[in-house]
Design a protein around this ligand. Sequence first.
Ligand SMILES: *Cc1c(COP(=O)(O)O)cnc(C)c1O
Length: 458
Amino acid sequence: MNKNEIPYKIYLKEEEMPKQWYNVRADMKNKPAKLLNPATLQPVTEEELSNIFCKELVKQELDETNPYIDIPEQIREFYKMYRPSPLVRAYCLEKKLGTPAKIYYKFEGNNTSGSHKLNSAIAQAYYAKEQGLKGVTTETGAGQWGTALSMACSYFDLDCQVYMVKCSYEQKPFRREVMRTYGANVTPSPSESTEVGKKILAEHPGTTGSLGCAISEAVEAATTQEGYRYVLGSVLSQVLLHQSVIGLEALAALDKYGQKADIIIGCAGGGSNLGGLISPFMGQQLRGEAEYKFIAVEPASCPSLTRGVYAYDFCDTGKVCPLQKMYTLGSGFIPSPNHAGGLRYHGMSATLSQLYADGLMEARSVEQTAVFEAAEQFARVEGILPAPESSHAIRVAIDEALKCKETGEEKTIVFGLTGTGYFDMFAYEKFHDGKMSDYIPTDEELQASFAKLPKVDL
Ligand SMILES: *Cc1c(COP(=O)(O)O)cnc(C)c1O
């Protein structure tokens, strides 16, 4: 191999890993809208948020001026257990597609939790420990966040209580066992163990739950137990901040080989991996140093950016969390069962929502079968078995690479490969058996949901 040739995997050295997170809000002209108190509809204060979240995390949540925030030593030590993550040049996929495009993916699935979520879980557990808490509560949908948080809590010897959306609790018993292996307590949601859970069960008997319900239960559990706070694995600005390690490493790896991305693609559930991946690149663009095309990819069954409205909405079904202005399908919207469980959230990160509203990012929605076709194609040539969520990004990366094949353009495409799909074989089975379907909400259904949005005059 030629010395200047780009290796299949670019690994930074441990000492080249970022020592600070990057806060893209600092470079945004239009800042994300303020969080509101759900009872008073006034901007939520640091004190109010501190009843729910850890103090230091509240500071990070509200910080829209400091571009760089130091990563504490202990978090960097933990990062070294599974980072830096490789930036892989998808030579085999390029060859298979016959495209002149250069395709790279940042692979975040090389840890036991199987996804990027550990990057924020360890940070949130660290600040909880530092505050002297006994434990934290959270929700998990598909199970990746709960798994990551259990690992982080066991590292810092914190109690970890996870409310897991009932349908995935039943569908993914092995995810649950991984969490229990790391010492977490896992409760199927909605449950009888919280007031809000009882209320939801009374209104919707037999419901198999949703992320919005599980969040409400976890928040209640945190605020009713001494020494506990609630933590969240996506959507919030603090999570995007922690996930900026993905983008910072990717940018450093590209720079090392004199490469410049043209198109950056990521799947978007609550927006944390995409936000983390694009942040440093977006920062360059906002400062006028470079230009990129950013693409968010979401499932057609839960299309918050492509078909949602930009409005204040509740982050949870029980309406206990602060209101956030975001692209939303309405907090009462329960997306149809989709195998990309991590992308079934009704809203979107406030930061990404503002960037999208300002025309700085594009969004596409893709159907499930097309996603699994891309997943299988990718697995067969690149070896890695991708998570269904991540495969949304693969789908659009392949589509963009095929466009380059038509035009002959040698664009550099970077996408986020957020995780592995070992716990999703039920979904792969449906795909292989030709039994995969996709329910795409009708305009009428979405309008009915939008009609229930809270009325906020600001
Ligand atoms: C949770 C998850 C996602 C989606 O969450 P974001 O906050 O939008 O990043 C994507 N991929 C995997 C593997 C996940 O676990």
